[in-house]
Design a protein. Structure first.
Length: 51
């Protein structure tokens, strides 16, 4: 896989995770408290860190 292909794949995965995690947690029975408790794993400054 080329570096460009890998970068595109990572970007797609990041977009999917950041736009769907709340829905998936809720669909699996997660509560608002659960969402608040785990949000830092998905919504934080530096999520797109690249050295």
């Amino acid at each position: 896989m080329s570096r460009d292909d890998a970068s595109r794949l990572i970007d797609q995965m990041k977009t999917t995770v950041s736009t769907r995690w709340r829905t998936v947690v809720t669909e699996c029975g997660g509560t608002e408290a659960d969402l608040n408790a785990i949000s830092r794993a998905f919504d934080y400054e530096g999520f797109e860190y690249t050295p």
